[in-house]
Design a protein around this ligand. Structure first.
Ligand SMILES: Cc1cc2nc3c(=O)[nH]c(=O)nc-3n(C[C@H](O)[C@H](O)[C@H](O)COP(=O)(O)OP(=O)(O)OC[C@H]3O[C@@H](n4cnc5c(N)ncnc54)[C@H](O)[C@@H]3O)c2cc1C
Length: 345
């Protein structure tokens, strides 16, 4: 591969001056993600700034059969941006343009390197937000990485995951062909759902260079809090009942008693060490009051008792400490973070 790679990098340096690197520090930074999986160094890192750049890089790599791995912020927990076969890391984190906000359509067009939290800051004056928050990585995760991972988070119970919000995409296939997938309308004719294949394909099918995302209106009001239960079964039953009664919850997160114990040890939260649900509801002032009351009635009916949170701490601040609190129990051990979901409906 070396001769082919050297020739390719020489060609790339002509095309993208100062945006091709073989510096050890850049290779080391692109060799891992946020998981504890083994790192693997690429042979080079390339930073495209446009769709044309991506087409050029992919074509050169394809012609010479050089492995190519797309990368956003590298915050994945499953190892998928790690270049296990070496070659090129195509780092999309400099493609950061918000191309167009269309408030009337509740849509935005973005490049893949736009960071989730930065996008929502830009949408705020329009009274809009992009809902599928990737939780604790919101301030680093890129939209390209979210789409490739079909990221979802605490608000997915109400708003859905990333897949539900991608309307269209401009992509570059593995041979450097440019495709436009989907369209801006919800309604469309029959046809293969290639956009659906792209979302969640972890960069294996195509590189996304522009994405059209559907947005939601920022709720005028929100309320959050927690409930503790005698056991995990009661907490699970409360969750099922909330959904069954059609209570419009924006977030429902479960913490088991061992996690609560770890949090107490880590952050002195002084919580009762019992399984807990953290809830949030969104809507108008009146809608939130009504939804919270309905949620509380259902949860109390399954044995839930309101959680007393320490002064000045909200439910999500506590939850955000969970990984670090668990890791602190055994600082020398590797931590494997994964989502656990239960089927409802
Ligand atoms: C503390 C913490 C909390 C997290 N919480 C959540 C959570 O609640 N929900 C959740 O879903 N995830 C979560 N994650 C995982 C991760 O942050 C998200 O999945 C995030 O969307 C990954 O984005 P990224 O920019 O870091 O992508 P990367 O990790 O760089 O890449 C992810 C995948 O996207 C591909 N890719 C990147 N850019 C492109 C592109 N332009 N075209 C095609 N493929 C591309 C890569 O090849 C790779 O397969 C968390 C991570 C951390 C560290």
């Amino acid at each position: 591969m070396t001769a082919g790679l050297d020739a390719m990098l020489a060609a790339l340096e002509q095309l993208l001056p100062d945006r091709v690197s073989r510096r050890p520090a850049d290779l080391a930074a692109a060799a891992h993600d946020a998981s504890s999986l083994p790192a693997a160094r690429p042979d080079a890192v390339v930073w495209p700034l446009s769709t044309d750049d991506v087409v050029a890089v992919v074509r050169l790599a394809s012609e010479r059969a050089i492995p190519l791995t797309a990368r956003g912020a590298g915050s994945s927990l499953e190892g998928n941006p790690i270049p296990v076969r070496g070659g090129i890391v195509l780092d999309c984190s400099r493609m950061t343009r918000v191309i167009a906000v269309r408030p009337e359509d509740l849509q935005v067009d973005v490049e893949p390197g736009v960071v989730y939290a930065a996008l929502n800051r830009e949408l705020r004056p329009h009274g809009l937000f992009f809902p599928p928050s990737p939780g604790g990585s919101a301030d680093v995760a890129t939209i390209g990485g979210m789409v490739a991972n079909n990221a979802s988070g605490i608000y997915s119970v109400k708003y859905g995951g990333t897949r539900d919000h991608v309307r269209a995409a401009t992509v570059v296939t593995g041979t450097g062909e440019l495709l436009r997938l989907g369209n801006r309308c919800r309604k469309s004719a029959s046809g293969y759902h290639l956009l659906g294949l792209l979302v969640g394909s972890e960069g294996t099918l195509a590189i996304a260079t522009e994405l059209t995302l559907a947005l939601a209106g920022r709720p005028a009001a929100r309320r959050q809090g927690g409930f503790r239960f005698a056991d995990a079964t009661a907490a699970a039953r409360a969750t099922a009942e909330l959904i069954r009664f059609g209570i419009d919850v924006a977030a429902v997160e479960f913490l088991d008693d061992r996690t609560i114990a770890a949090l107490n040890r880590f952050g002195a939260f002084d919580l009762v060490e019992a399984p807990a649900l953290l809830l949030e509801v969104h809507g108008s002032e009146a809608g939130v009051a009504e939804a919270w009351q309905a949620a509380e009635d259902v949860v109390r009916g399954t044995g839930g008792v309101p959680l007393v949170l320490p002064e000045g701490r909200d439910a999500w601040t506590i939850r955000e400490h969970a990984t670090r609190a668990i890791a602190a129990l055994r600082p020398t051990a590797a931590t494997v973070r994964a989502d656990l979901a239960i089927p409802i409906g």
